[in-house]
Design a protein around this ligand. Structure first.
Ligand code: KIV
Length: 291
């Protein structure tokens, strides 16, 4: 008998295992309707960031149902210090690569700073590029009440939107990297933001760096799924930045990250072995040569 992945056995079992987002049998691309159905079933699901075709294909083969081409590409892939300098051209190029590398995952393209803050029409123009040129199935943008009108126009235009509230890294110059929603007033604002993005038609909402109890309350109150990052165990889904969770990121990673591998060490050791063999004449051997 096929063994169900641990993630499936530890939670309320979907009535139809074939449709499960993770571990399900389906091979067609996941849609936002599948995401809504998972919330109804009480099914938890994993999301990872991805920035290139090859890495995305590994995650797709592993069954990750939703991938975010996050503007975290700025600091995790493109060498910027923050997400602020990332451009729409860069996000379009990276998103297209991730779409090409996958066949099952729902791909969400992030709208970078400056590509939607002017208003709904600018947001629609930017999102349309990601959908038409890159082929993403949904977009993500930051902000709660302040982004309500942008989300509404995108959704009315047929573009599914994942919202993002709590810590919003594009506002780092204004808010820093601090836990959000601490204290009664801030908690009430977070709840208002969550309801505003749901009301605008978002199909899911990322909660970043929010106290676990508040994230649990938002998850109970909303009918759309919550995707937590540093938001405790009660959200419907969990997202991590892939370079953090696989140990490729250099230096310190946030406390909420769990590292499932140490790719930086694995790659560094392999590269040194190659370099030593080249210098010592042990590579290439006869079997690596053509005649
Ligand atoms: O850009 C990103 O990777 C994100 C996630 C951290 C949610 O916004």
């Amino acid at each position: 008998m096929t063994q169900l992945p641990a993630a499936q056995t530890a939670q309320k079992k979907p009535s139809d295992g074939g449709r499960a987002l993770y571990g399900g049998k389906g091979t067609r691309r996941i849609t936002v309707r599948d995401i809504a159905a998972a919330k109804e079933r009480g099914e938890k699901w994993p999301m990872l960031t991805a920035y290139d075709a090859m890495t995305a294909s590994v995650f797709d083969e592993a069954g990750i149902p939703v991938m975010l081409v996050g503007d975290s590409a700025g600091n995790c892939h493109l060498g910027y210090e923050t997400t602020v300098p990332v451009t729409l051209d860069e996000m379009t190029m990276l998103s297209a690569a991730v779409v090409r590398g996958t066949s099952r995952a729902l791909i969400v393209g992030d709208l970078p700073f400056g590509s939607y803050q002017e208003g709904p029409v600018q947001a629609l123009r930017s999102a349309t590029r990601l959908v038409k040129e890159a082929g993403v199935q949904a977009v993500k943008l930051e902000g709660g009440e302040r982004s309500h009108d942008q989300i509404r126009l995108l959704v009315e235009s047929g573009i599914p939107v994942m919202a993002h509230i709590g810590l919003t890294p594009q506002s780092v110059n204004a808010m820093g990297y601090r836990v959000q929603g601490r204290g009664e007033e801030a908690a009430q604002q977070l709840l208002r933001d969550a309801k505003a993005v749901q009301d605008a038609g978002a199909f899911a909402v990322v909660l970043e760096l929010v106290p676990a109890e508040l994230a649990a309350e938002v998850t109970r109150v909303l009918h759309i799924p919550t995707v937590g990052i540093g938001a405790g165990p009660e959200t419907d889904a969990q997202v991590l930045v892939w370079t953090d969770m696989l140990g490729l990121t250099g230096g310190r990673v946030p406390k909420f990250v769990k590292q499932y591998a140490n790719l930086r060490e694995v790659m560094g050791d392999a590269v040194k072995a190659f370099a030593n063999e080249v210098v010592g004449g042990a590579f290439p051997q006869e079997e690596n040569s053509v005649h």
